[in-house]
Write a protein that binds this ligand. Structure first.
Ligand code: CA
Length: 374
């Protein structure tokens, strides 16, 4: 039997089988198209779409990178190959921090990254990503999906021709890896640290020097002393980067990022070409991965922290007076960042009011049970 006949006989899951069985991209397109033509009534039409997704992550990178790859697999499966998404690691098609631009200009139909990576171009993006001493993952998700956040996000990205969706969350991060002890607020003076977004701005106000770099460059920078400290995500990802082999102290808590939300970017012109059922599949897959990645982080961070401690990593808590100072400066930085950009001003006015209500509710109920439970 020729491959095409085998596929036609296979029935359900036809296109997914075709994808799994082919090696070259051109072959895949041909076989998927043939599969769709054989069963035009399945899935609402024969038209197929083959999209590229650029990402900010190294290949097979645990947590966020694998999450992006899982998103692509899920779309392929749910659409039975009518929409295939080929994932590109950082640097394969475009550099890690140019994902948003690539999707905006249509180099790729999709992208996966962290909103605050494009703060130079879109300052308001930071508010959909992470705020120092800000919302945890469930609060960010409540705001985005039920509190008006996503509509604001779409409005902010629209002039760039990009449609955003939340597609992954880290939960509470750690304060990071340090080769210098932090015993007082003065220890931040002259500290060279990799930390992006608003947390980085806070560090600058503390007298530190902020260096922004993608995942692939952090280990070497820390090991060679080009930076004194770095935060990345949490035990799971930090262990994968080998940061425990390049720094002495692992500090908690992750004041700079009580959560980071990752984004799926879709080129709006490409999006408008998709039939409604494929658009629904993309939205459903993004929602699924958004939750699944958080589950993954919660489980794996716990395991990795246990392992790191076994290997002798010294976990330290930032001193209370340092955290109090960081909190005070954070509030100033967030307000000043919002005030400096009209879109950010609008987003923060709505978000701040909403988060205050969420925090009040957490204070009355959720926080209490944690304190009692221990
Ligand atoms: Ca981080």
């Amino acid at each position: 039997m020729k491959r095409r006949q085998i596929l036609a006989a296979a029935g359900v899951g036809l296109a997914a089988t075709a994808l799994a069985g082919c090696n070259k991209e051109a072959d895949c397109s041909k076989e998927v198209a043939a599969g769709s033509a054989a069963k035009p009534q399945e899935g609402g039409g024969g038209e197929t779409f083959h999209w590229k997704m650029v990402t900010s992550w190294p290949k097979n990178f645990p947590g966020v990178g694998v999450g992006a790859e899982n998103f692509a697999k899920l779309v392929n499966e749910m659409s039975k190959g009518r929409l295939t998404v080929k994932v590109y690691a950082a640097g394969e098609l475009v550099p890690a921090l140019e994902v948003f631009d690539a999707v905006s200009r249509g180099t790729a139909e999709m992208g996966h990254g962290a909103p605050y990576y494009w703060k130079g171009k879109v300052p308001a993006a930071q508010f959909f990503c992470a705020l120092p001493f800000g919302p945890n993952a469930q609060e960010m998700n409540a705001w985005l999906h039920k509190g008006g956040g996503l509509q604001l996000w779409e409005e902010v990205y629209k002039p760039f021709g990009v449609l955003p969706m939340a597609c992954g969350a880290t939960g509470v991060q750690t304060a990071g890896w340090f080769n210098k002890e932090i015993n007082s607020v003065d220890d931040f003076k002259g500290l060279k640290m990799r930390t992006p977004g608003l947390g980085g701005e806070v560090l600058t106000k503390m007298g530190g020097t902020v260096v922004n770099m993608p995942a692939g460059e952090i280990f070497t920078a820390l090991q060679t002393g080009a930076i004194d400290a770095t935060e990345w995500i949490g035990p799971y990802n930090d262990q994968a980067l080998g940061l425990h082999k390049a720094a002495k102290y692992y500090y908690t808590p992750g004041w700079q990022e009580p959560n980071v939300t990752f984004e799926l970017d879709v080129n709006i012109k490409a999006w408008e070409m998709l039939p409604a059922d494929l658009q629904a599949i993309v939205r459903a897959a993004a929602r699924d991965i958004n939750g699944d990645m958080l589950d993954d982080y919660n489980a794996r961070n716990m395991e990795a922290m246990e392992q790191l401690k076994k290997e002798g990593v010294e976990v330290r808590r930032l001193p209370d007076d340092v955290l109090a100072k960081l909190k005070g400066i954070s509030a100033e930085v967030v307000d000043a960042t919002a005030a400096a950009d009209p879109a950010a001003t609008k987003v923060w006015a709505q978000q701040k009011a909403y988060l205050e209500r969420l925090y009040k509710y957490a204070e009355e109920n959720e926080k209490d049970i944690y304190n009692i439970r221990g």
